[in-house]
Design a protein around this ligand. Structure first.
Ligand SMILES: Nc1ncnc2c1ncn2[C@@H]1O[C@H](COP(=O)(O)OP(=O)(O)O)[C@@H](O)[C@H]1O
Ligand SMILES: [Mg+2]
Ligand SMILES: [Zn+2]
Length: 455
């Protein structure tokens, strides 16, 4: 008989509690704790009792390390140049963001390259999948589809096919093992199903791709509870108000972290965006104060984004700080430095800061561009239309070096920017058509903006 006991598990991060509480102490999410019956998983592959093992010498180990390219450049870059056979990839994202669309296109591509592809959907019927495939033009008849939710059946099927394949599970939260009492989507089911499928994939060198829904209400276990079990974790992000979607790698055993791929959602599927900077800057207006271009870096990829600031006299006792796409405490710090070191008074001003296009920046290198946008708005002086900024700002107002300045400058040059504002002593490859302003302290920036900025 299977022993089972009741435990309370956070569906967002997987923390275990002995009693119910309203807010998870680990991840601070509300109402994510759910009572689960925990029984010992006894799936097909984890049934065996202990036995002696044989060790092997690394010299005797061979690997099948030819990456399987997807022929989708954005996706290939994010996963580090193609899928590694036997690797497990988790794609997380909110419902409706486009995970199923992306993966259907992916199996379409791979199947055209004679990879054996299996697409298992626990959410949609075969006719729904067919409708999507027709809409986005995935025609390959070789892809095998199934609309099932029993993880052991899938694992057994994969094991029985001795040859490697590409297996998509859409989504892991709909899968279940009959041996467990808890319902599909709970932490214990999600983990046990993933475990079963991963074992089967590793054994057969199958490229396993798991879809994980991200929900804010904690109704189902989030992809976070699986992150440590898989090789690669990708998040598919985007804003419903915009057509573009960003695929970001947050963990990758076979490539760089934080690499991004940019796509655009159309009626006929996801299109790669070859030049995201051009897209983010498409709606920029000339001669507007408070707008500065930041030459940022996402993973190994340079991206130019527009930072917009609006600073106005406040009528409130606590002035407003409204910020989209950047860190609010970073802004508070920057305002304090501007106030203390440059005598730019912001404490009685409302500040609105927006990263245009809906992208989220996390690099400290954006400090200089944000400061430039703020000063430009306070002074009501538009910045030069062809200038870019990057540099981190310290508490004493010093402008610090950032990594990979060459990459940032090259991207700027490609898009016609020719005035580079960067930290002093930042090593650069001088391009004759460009002018460089090396700034060492924040007051240098104020001085620069106060000078004539016309192009
Ligand atoms: N007929 C359509 N025309 C244009 N876009 C569509 C159409 N049908 C669906 N979409 C887009 O596809 C998205 C759903 O993609 P899907 O791959 O099912 O998401 P997920 O699997 O992440 O839940 C919708 O949010 C919408 O943007
Ligand atoms: Mg889907
Ligand atoms: Zn939690």
């Amino acid at each position: 008989m299977i022993k089972s006991k009741k435990l309370f598990i956070c569906q967002s991060c997987g923390s275990v509690y002995s009693r119910w509480i309203g807010k998870c102490e680990q991840c601070n999410q509300w109402n994510t704790i759910v009572e689960e019956n925990i029984s010992k998983p006894s799936g097909i592959l984890s049934k065996s009792k202990g036995k002696e093992i044989n060790f092997e010498k690394l010299n005797d180990v061979n690997y099948d390390y030819i990456r399987v390219k997807t022929k989708n450049n954005e996706l290939d870059r994010v996963i580090g140049g193609g899928f590694v056979p036997g690797s497990v990839t988790l794609i997380g994202g909110e419902p409706g963001i486009g995970k199923s669309t992306l993966l259907l296109q992916l199996v379409g591509n791979l199947s055209n390259q004679k990879e054996k592809c299996i697409y298992v959907s626990g959410e949609e019927s075969l006719s729904q999948i067919k409708m999507r495939a027709d809409r986005i033009g995935v025609k390959n008849v070789e892809i095998e589809f199934a609309s099932i939710t029993n993880a052991s059946d899938i694992a057994i099927t994969i094991n029985s096919k001795k040859k490697r394949c590409v297996l998509v599970i859409d989504s892991i939260q709909t899968m279940y093992l009959t041996q467990l009492d808890s319902s599909p989507g709970t932490v214990s089911q999600v983990r046990a199903c993933a475990h079963e499928l991963i074992l089967a994939a590793k054994k057969t060198s199958t490229i396993l791709i798991l879809v994980g829904h991200l929900t804010k209400d904690g109704a189902i276990a989030g992809p976070k509870v699986l992150e440590h079990m898989v090789d690669t974790v990708l998040y598919f992000e985007g804003d419903n108000n915009f057509q573009y979607r960003i695929l970001r790698s947050v963990k990758n055993r076979f490539g760089a972290n934080n690499e991004i791929g940019v796509f655009e959602m159309h009626e006929n599927g996801l299109k790669e965006i070859v030049n995201p900077s051009a897209m983010f800057l498409a709606d920029r207006q000339k001669n507007i104060s408070g707008s500065a271009i930041f030459a940022g870096l996402e993973g190994t990829r340079p991206i130019l984004v527009e930072i917009q600031a609006l600073v106005t006299q406040s009528t409130l006792s606590t002035p407003r700080r409204v910020i989209v796409g950047w860190d609010i405490s970073r802004l508070a710090m920057l305002c304090a430095v501007l106030e203390a070191r440059c005598k730019i008074h912001l404490s009685n001003m409302d500040i609105f800061l927006n990263i245009a296009g809906g992208i989220r920046l996390s690099e400290p290198a954006a400090d200089l561009a944000v400061a430039a946008a703020l000063i430009s708005s306070v002074r009501d002086i538009p910045l030069s239309f062809t200038s870019i900024f990057f540099g981190e700002i310290g508490l004493s107002g010093e402008i610090r070096k950032v990594n990979q300045p060459e990459l940032r400058i090259k991207e700027a040059s490609k898009l016609g920017f020719n005035k580079i504002n960067l930290p002093t002593k930042q090593k650069i490859i001088i391009n004759e058509n460009m002018s460089y302003n090396n700034l060492s302290i924040l007051s240098d920036l104020v001085e620069l903006i106060d000078k004539d900025n016309t192009d």
